[in-house]
Design a protein around this ligand. Structure first.
Ligand code: RFL
Length: 390
């Protein structure tokens, strides 16, 4: 079994197979230090925690993760809080930085005797003539090598070799560019509020998400095409403070910006998620915009579904799970896409060129959506269920 990519998806697949005695190797393009330092997600859904628990992969997050269950919406109409932990199914997030989860999964996999080849880039996954899995890699010295395997788990993200290797016409790609960009920031500063903060402002969206007691993630909407370094630190903080109405609701704790990256909000889904012996998992299967923090959670869920199906096939000779893999995962993926899309519409004006109607009309729709969320218990229950669920 070859697994491409040592992100959350690849390492969960690797751990689950290795624990059940199925020999697998993980091939990872980046170096180990880089993999363990990549700060991205932070909000783990209750179901993700249950999956990790079920397989004994939750030690780190039990020790260092923190429960989180409140979000605060701010707009020109005022602010309100939703204690989503007490709504819907009564579930909470666990805040645990993705790089820590990846480090835990990696340590566990290596501890089980698993093998990860770092600095090894897959360049092709299927034999062009036979269509059988035959992974061609380029190692750190640029030397090509080949791996043959019964199955390949393509967990190498959106720009990986699994997607690139699919023969033209073998899968469909459904794509939506939301026309919105965020400047994503990690600040060396404690959280400024004890909730996820979403600010809907005429200058654009701003968001606040705790990561640890010393590091906070902020997002600030920017024009498409803005270089990540275009704004000075001073301008970043001024925009955040303005859009989050810091003068009314309390100051933001400023700190050095440790990381900045522009994220264009895009979504896509590949269909089906299987091509012969190659299975797509996580971001390789679908890209979900980070507006509702679903990507890493879907990656873990799909990884468990695939690993269980592979065990059924390889150990018990039952291939039904593999046959159903794509359909099962797509049902989860489209629900996550739908909610992420709803969040984008709640937090931003549609981009020019999309949807007819004046900006004022869309602004009024957004105000009405926020008002429903503030006042309707059934809307709040729906929100809570979607927000924490995968
Ligand atoms: P990853 O994590 O991208 O890992 C893929 C791995 O594959 C390697 N690779 C290759 N290896 C070998 N050969 C090749 N040809 C290769 N090409 C690539 C890469 O080096 C990498 O190590 O994919 P995976 O495992 O599917 O996991 C997906 C998640 O990382 C992603 O969905 C989330 O980070 C999305 N996301 C969030 N998700 C959440 O659930 N909650 C959040 O709070 C959240 N916040 C975020 C996010 C994503 C963000 N960005 C960067 C878009 C915040 C941000 C800013």
């Amino acid at each position: 079994m070859v697994v491409l990519g040592a992100g959350p998806a690849g390492l969960v697949v690797g751990n689950l197979l290795q624990a059940r005695g199925i020999d697998c190797v993980v091939l990872e393009r980046a170096g180990r230090a880089q993999v363990q330092a990549r700060a991205r997600a932070g909000f783990l859904a209750a179901n993700t925690v249950r999956i990790l628990e079920r397989h004994g992969l939750d030690e780190g997050l039990r020790l260092r993760g923190r429960g989180h269950s409140t979000c605060e919406f701010r707009s020109a109409d005022g602010r309100f809080r939703l204690d989503y932990g007490g709504l819907g199914r009564g579930e909470r997030h666990t805040v645990y930085p993705q790089q820590e989860l990846v480090s835990d999964l990696l340590a566990r996999f290596l501890g089980l005797g698993g093998r990860v080849d770092f600095g090894v880039e897959a360049v092709a996954v299927l034999d062009a003539d036979t269509g059988q899995p035959s992974v061609t890699v380029r190692d750190a010295d640029g030397r090509p090598r080949r791996w043959h395997a019964r199955y390949v788990a393509g967990c190498d993200g959106r720009h990986g070799a699994a997607r690139r290797s699919l023969p033209v016409g073998s899968v469909r790609r459904h794509h939506l560019d939301h026309g919105v960009s965020w400047l994503g920031l990690l600040a060396e500063a404690p959280p400024s509020l004890d909730a996820v903060g979403y600010a809907v402002h005429e200058r654009g969206f701003a968001g606040h998400m705790a990561r640890t007691s010393e590091v906070t993630r902020y997002y600030v909407q920017c024009e498409r095409g803005t270089p990540a370094g275009a704004w000075s630190e001073e301008r970043v903080w001024e925009e955040l403070e303005l859009r989050m109405w810091a003068d009314k609701y309390g100051p933001l704790h400023r700190g050095r910006l440790l990381q900045r990256a522009v994220v264009d909000l895009e979504s896509d889904v590949l269909e089906p998620l299987r091509h012969g012996s190659l299975f797509l998992v996580g971001d390789a299967a679908a890209l979900v915009s980070p507006s509702a923090a679903k990507g890493a959670n879907l990656a873990v869920l799909e990884a468990e579904i695939l690993a269980d199906a592979l065990v059924d096939d390889l150990v018990h000779g039952d291939s039904k799970g593999l046959d159903a893999y794509s359909t099962r995962c797509l049902a989860h993926i489209w629900r996550a896409q739908e909610f992420s899309h709803w969040m984008i519409r709640l937090l931003h004006r549609p981009s020019s060129g999309e949807a007819g109607g004046s900006a004022a009309f869309h602004d009024s729709l957004r105000r009405a959506r926020l008002s429903s969320l503030r006042t309707s218990r059934s809307q709040q229950d729906w929100f809570a269920e979607q927000y924490v669920g995968v």
